[in-house]
Design a protein around this ligand. Structure first.
Ligand SMILES: [Zn+2]
Length: 328
């Protein structure tokens, strides 16, 4: 009997404990498989998102990824910038009111009957004077020995008092002699100055000529030039460069004071200098000035510019006057 009970006990125990062990094992295995599955899904998602977004800064992959990012950024940057600049009013317009508002008057307005004033030929005197300005020699065009004379003999009175360049009229410098100034051909070509820039005059003094020609453009008051020279003007307006399509206006003694020149045969003359210039059309700020009996209308006489490098001298004009007469 005791034997029988002993056997039933030994059979019962291992059976129940193995069931529990099996259940625990299944649960543990399920948990392990589940966590592996969840980790696998998480890893997949992370990989996919890392492909679509900017990758984290990984030192080894940095170079290829930055170039990959750089390209799309450039594409995005340029297209929207170009697109709006075409459609709305360009901001450049703000800078241009003087250009668009100023349109030089047509040539027909400037026709006048031939003048009765006679301008004596002073070509030999002005040639001698220019030769005496040895410091200017490098800046003048040496292919032409003498000047272009606008006396009555060389430019008769029945010829036009005005000329037209780039759609802008300017006065022919009657009574003056012109000498060509060397102009930087590259700048002239790039800016197309002979076809597009207006012709104007800039009255000045002999002692400023070298400074101006060395600077290529008409400097502004207060400009520190090459060689440490400070450019100054005696004009009240220090903010602008004053020019004019009228030789009569530019040669006013306010702009172009007279100096004395004694020739080799001891004749004493008054000398005036004016620079004939090319001026960027968009730099012209027009103004009104009353000048009696000028070939340029009063509302086109006074020009000024606030832009540097906008007025380029290309001819040196000399006027020789008898010392004791005030003919002009
Ligand atoms: Zn002459």
């Amino acid at each position: 009997m005791s034997n029988h009970t002993a056997t039933t006990i030994t059979v019962d125990r291992p059976d129940s404990s193995s069931k529990v062990g099996l259940a625990v094992g299944i649960i543990v295995a399920f948990l392990i498989i589940g966590s592996i599955f969840i980790y696998f899904i998480w890893f997949k998602r992370r990989k996919r998102s890392s492909e679509s977004k900017i990758p984290r800064p990984l030192p080894a992959v940095k170079l290829p990824t930055t170039t990959a990012i750089h390209k799309p950024v450039l594409k995005v940057d340029t297209t929207p910038k170009l697109a709006p600049s075409k459609a709305p009013t360009p901001p450049v317009d703000i800078r241009l009111p003087p250009i668009s508002s100023y349109s030089p008057a047509p040539r027909v307005l400037f026709h006048k009957p031939p003048s009765s004033i006679r301008y004596p030929c002073r070509l030999t005197i002005s040639d001698e004077y220019v030769k005496s300005l040895t410091q200017l020699r490098p800046y003048l065009n040496t292919r032409y020995k003498g000047g272009y004379c606008y006396c009555t003999k060389h430019y008769p009175n029945d010829r036009s008092d005005t000329d037209l360049k780039a759609g802008s009229t300017y006065a022919v410098p009657r009574g003056w002699t012109a000498y060509l100034i060397n102009v930087d051909p590259v700048f002239a070509k790039v800016k197309n100055i002979w076809a597009e820039w207006y012709t104007c005059y800039y009255g000045t003094t002999v002692n400023k000529l070298q400074m101006i020609l060395r600077n290529r453009f008409i400097p502004f008051h207060g400009d520190m030039l090459l060689g440490g020279e400070l450019f100054t003007t005696h004009l009240d307006d220090k903010e602008h460069c004053h020019t004019s399509p009228s030789i009569k206006y530019a040669s006013d003694q306010y702009f172009s004071p007279r100096t004395i020149f004694t020739t080799s045969d001891n004749h004493v003359y008054y000398i005036q200098v004016v620079l004939q210039c090319k001026q960027a059309p968009d730099s012209v700020i027009p103004g009104y000035k009353y000048i009696n009996n000028d070939v340029i209308p009063n509302n086109h006489v006074e020009w000024k510019s606030a832009a540097r490098s906008s007025v380029l001298p290309h001819k040196l004009l000399i006027r020789v006057l008898e010392r004791d007469t005030e003919k002009y």
